[in-house]
Design a protein around this ligand. Structure first.
Ligand SMILES: NC(=O)c1ccc[n+]([C@@H]2O[C@H](COP(=O)([O-])OP(=O)(O)OC[C@H]3O[C@@H](n4cnc5c(N)ncnc54)[C@H](O)[C@@H]3O)[C@@H](O)[C@H]2O)c1
Length: 307
């Protein structure tokens, strides 16, 4: 079956979603909707033969299988609430800016028997799933610490750096560790004269005493997306900026001398957004949205709220 999709929001991220749905054999894009005519003219070139509209309320979505919301974060709740009466919805991260709204949307989805997805792209990346297998199989002993450095991104004025970048870390850790953390400490700063905090340093503790440090910052000349996983028997780097060699495994030569052997395993480097489209197609077929079960969105939003 080929599922019909509509995409609302064709700014920075919308075109990337559109490209991946367009490239999937499971989907056909029927509508692209954006209230900017300039952005719609880009969509006309990128995705020919789909309907281009400026107002999502002018469409009855009953015969559309999935609507993708890639508008600014502050508008997600309102648009998603409207759409869940008609169809299944994929919303860009973060779903909403508070957990009460997430709870309400989840309830509406359940009542209307619709599936609600959120684009946390890294949980669909080959490298994060490689790390997940290592944790499950206990391959390098106990996981003791994780550090995340996530720097450089467009400055936003409707959400701060934690809701914008920290959401990636919190979704990755919830997916990998299957638990929610204690917040030990969090400090937020404005480096520039802007509306929202642009930099944050966060210390968390997950079950089994796993200590986590997160640095998020919009302000950086380099784009950094580096996670360091410190196990008993290895330190593993996961660098999503690397095109191919995303995972580096350092195993100590001798205890306490800080010299390591390095191995670089082969990992699935398919685009996470494409993997997300294929996951959604499977869920639409089976009606089983297993990753987002057990209040995944709600618990994750609660953690962001606490931070
Ligand atoms: N998953 C990721 O890694 C990732 C990366 C970047 C952005 N995002 C998320 O995607 C969302 C959009 O971010 P962006 O950087 O693309 O923003 P953007 O401002 O570049 O694009 C938003 C688009 O939505 C359109 N729009 C706004 N209100 C609308 C409405 N009511 N109806 C129709 N169109 C409307 C705007 O004209 C614009 O083209 C944000 O929530 C952001 O957090 C996610």
């Amino acid at each position: 079956m080929i599922y019909k999709v509509a995409i609302i929001g064709y700014g920075y991220w919308g075109p990337k979603l559109a490209r991946n749905f367009h490239n999937s054999n499971n989907f056909k894009i029927q509508y692209i909707i954006d209230n900017s005519k300039k952005n719609l003219s880009k969509a006309k070139v990128d995705i020919p033969f789909c309907n281009l509209l400026t107002n999502y309320k002018s469409v009855k979505f009953n015969n559309i299988d999935l609507v993708v919301i890639a508008t600014p974060t502050a508008s997600h709740y309102r648009i998603c609430k409207h759409l869940l009466s008609f169809t299944n919805v994929l919303v860009e991260k973060p779903l909403c800016l508070n957990s009460a709204q997430v709870n309400e949307l989840e309830k509406i989805a359940k009542k209307n028997k619709k599936l609600l997805f959120v684009d946390y792209p890294f949980i669909f990346s080959g490298s994060i799933n490689y790390i997940k297998k290592i944790i499950i199989n206990n391959k390098y002993g106990k996981l003791k610490q994780i550090e995340s450095y996530r720097e450089q991104a467009p400055i936003r004025n409707d959400s701060d750096v934690i809701w914008d970048l920290g959401v990636h870390d919190i979704s990755i850790f919830k997916y990998l560790l299957n638990s929610d953390p204690k917040i030990l400490k969090s400090k937020k700063y404005k480096t520039l004269k802007i509306k929202k905090n642009d930099t944050a340093y966060i210390n968390l503790e997950y079950k089994k005493n796993i200590k986590v440090f997160i640095k998020n910052s919009w302000i950086s000349p380099d784009k950094i997306r580096l996670l360091k996983f410190k196990f008993n028997d290895a330190i593993i780097y996961c660098d999503e900026n690397e095109p191919i060699y995303k995972i580096k495994i350092f195993t100590p030569k001798k205890e306490l001398n800080n010299l390591y052997n390095l191995s670089i395993p082969e990992v699935d480097i398919s685009e996470p957004l494409f993997n997300l489209t294929e996951y959604i197609a499977k869920c639409l077929r089976t009606k089983n949205n297993y990753i987002y079960k057990s209040k995944f969105n709600f618990c994750l939003t609660k953690t962001l709220e606490k931070i």
